[in-house]
Design a protein around this ligand. Structure first.
Ligand code: RTP
Ligand code: MG
Length: 140
């Protein structure tokens, strides 16, 4: 299968606890190459735009406030089957349901403060990469 790219966020609960390197190591150990990476702090408008798909969900306010509470690290990960592979390494949304060895099992604090985001399909991966990165910033 051809190389695929996915978009990842190391969320505020993880950057705050100095887990950026530990989480990046999990990606690399799984065979995902970090082809772009930057540490930023979102504005509320940016967080609301990024999570627009969830705007009618009861957790939208809590989620967007959390996402602006500390810096985040946005990354593009490349590898074979990268979207599915990244979701496997992340584990279930709720850490109580996440498999052993996954990032969320090891590091997530709760269903909301769950350490990482990863795109869920090729279309969302392309949109999310373009939301944060220009083509020039992607160095395979
Ligand atoms: P993500 O989009 O962040 O990779 O996570 P996901 O697909 O596993 O979860 P999704 O259903 O897309 O939800 C997006 C994020 O919203 C927060 N959330 N909070 N309080 C709650 O019940 C609740 N449910 C979801 C989580 O931070 C989740 O990752
Ligand atoms: Mg999602």
């Amino acid at each position: 299968m051809a190389l695929e790219r996915t978009f990842s966020i190391i969320k505020p609960d993880a950057t705050k606890r100095n887990l950026t390197g530990a989480i990046a190591a999990k990606f690399e150990e799984a065979g995902l190459r970090i082809v772009a990476s930057k540490r930023i702090q979102l504005t509320l408008a940016q967080a609301q735009a990024f999570y627009g798909v969830h705007k009618d969900r009861p957790f939208f306010g809590e989620l967007t406030e959390f996402m602006i509470s500390e810096p985040i690290v946005v990354q593009v990960l490349e590898g074979e089957n990268a979207i599915a592979k990244n979701r496997e390494v992340m584990g279930a949304t709720n850490p109580a349901e996440a498999a052993e060895g996954t990032i969320r099992k090891e590091y997530a604090l709760s269903i909301g403060e769950n350490s990482v985001h990863g795109s869920d399909a090729p279309e969302t991966a392309a949109e999310e990469i373009a939301f944060f990165f220009s083509g020039l910033e992607l160095v395979g």
